[in-house]
Design a protein around this ligand. Structure first.
Ligand SMILES: Cc1cc2nc3c(=O)[nH]c(=O)nc-3n(C[C@H](O)[C@H](O)[C@H](O)COP(=O)(O)OP(=O)(O)OC[C@H]3O[C@@H](n4cnc5c(N)ncnc54)[C@H](O)[C@@H]3O)c2cc1C
Length: 357
């Protein structure tokens, strides 16, 4: 390894893990970790679970305590957005005109929430959930007696529904397809989770899109394509993310639903790596390329990139896995669900203890 400055754009799980792995493996050069959020790298899963429920302190979500970075000579630049990469000159530009030269660069820019564009989408009371500030912006309003509409019946929407109904809110989930979790799991699992939520008091409306948010200045209701208007003090939208690929695109790196990388998280420029939600990567185990949104993927790709930079290549080729916490249920999922897969249930759905293979 000849590099002496490694710059990491994005201080999320992939970026944080890259910096940590570099130091754990004896890299002694300069490491600069740049993130546009105000927080040290943290884990997002509790945002829709324990942190939203008020059961996890902020610091418990940090990958490493704030002291870890100076102690390990990782230069952390928070609340700082990289605006430009100069690929020929091997540098990145920061606000205020500062330029940072790199030998190796990591782009770990993650994704941003997909936003609603229908009328009323800018009303006070319409929220999204991607980061700590998002949750701090609405958490206190998830309170007993509030009407909460959740747009999108994916993992995040359902996790928020579970927290909100437990807090005594009137919760309605509005899902565009004909079943919840349709993007990620089988009809049998969707039916199971629909039952779990319905029994807990959540209303689930499927095959319905939101046509407008109603209210004057402040949200009062959500109008659906079915003609129903759901009374709402708060709407929380969880309809997926858009990978942040614009920096990579601006310097001509290959893109294909994400930044194209190899099994070592290396982009089409050998000095530039990319890891996490923003990448499209090959997976030998599955025999195809894919873009994943999961913590294990972000961590393993960050690790693979750092090791490759250090000349200790270790292929990233893992079976994807995910989890979701809703009520007292823990869902663990490994592999990718494809439409038309045959499902075999082992155990008892009625007792809520089973595997779906
Ligand atoms: C509410 C919620 C719950 C989740 N629950 C689970 C779960 O239970 N299990 C699971 O496996 N996964 C879960 N995920 C997904 C998981 O958190 C992500 O897959 C993971 O965080 C991806 O990490 P990342 O580093 O690739 O991207 P991110 O975490 O998005 O980090 C990228 C960082 O880069 C910053 N950035 C972007 N552009 C720039 C720039 N130009 N300059 C500086 N900084 C920039 C972003 O602001 C962000 O801080 C959840 C996600 C959310 C939002």
């Amino acid at each position: 390894m000849t590099a002496n400055t490694i710059v990491i754009i994005g201080a999320g799980e992939a970026g944080g893990q890259t910096a940590i792995t570099l130091r754990q493996n004896g890299y002694e050069g300069r490491v600069v970790l740049i993130g546009d959020e105000a927080y040290v790298p943290y884990e997002r899963p509790p945002l829709s679970k324990a942190f939203l429920a008020g059961e996890a302190e902020l610091e418990r979500m940090y990958m490493r305590g704030a002291d870890f970075y100076p102690e390990n000579k990782i230069e952390l630049k928070l609340s700082t957005r990289v605006e430009r990469i100069d690929r020929a000159g091997k540098s990145v530009s920061l606000p205020g005109g500062e330029t940072l030269a790199y030998d190796k660069l990591m782009i770990a820019t993650g994704g941003r929430v997909r936003k609603m564009t229908c009328p009323g989408a800018d009303l006070t009371g319409v929220h999204y959930l991607r980061n700590i500030d998002d949750v701090l912006g609405f958490r206190s309003q998830v309170a007993a007696g509030k009407n909460i509409a959740i747009v999108g019946g994916g993992y995040i929407g359902l996790e928020v529904a579970a927290v909100a109904v437990k807090r005594g809110c009137n919760v309605t989930v509005i899902e565009a397809t004909d079943r919840v979790l349709s993007r990620v799991t089988s009809p049998e699992m969707s039916a199971f989770y629909t039952d779990v939520h319905t029994q807990a008091g959540v209303k689930i409306i499927t095959a319905a899109t939101v046509t407008s948010f109603g209210g004057t200045g402040k949200l009062t209701g959500v109008v659906c394509s079915t003609g129903q208007t759901i009374p709402a003090d708060l709407a929380i939208v969880g309809i997926g993310i858009i990978p942040n690929v614009e920096l990579a695109q601006s310097i001509g790196l290959a893109l294909d639903n994400g930044i194209v990388v190899n099994e070592f998280a290396q982009t089409t420029d050998p000095d530039i790596y990319s890891a996490g939600d923003c990448t499209n990567h090959p997976n030998d185990v599955l025999g195809r390329r894919l873009r994943l949104e999961s913590v294990p993927n972000a961590l393993s790709q960050g690790k693979a990139a750092a090791l490759h930079m250090l000349g200790k290549p270790e292929k990233y080729a893992e079976v994807p896995w995910f989890w979701s916490d809703q009520y007292d249920l823990k869902l663990q999922m490994t592999g990718i669900n494809d439409p038309g897969d045959t499902i075999v249930i082992r155990g008892s759905m009625a007792e809520r203890k089973f595997s779906a293979c």
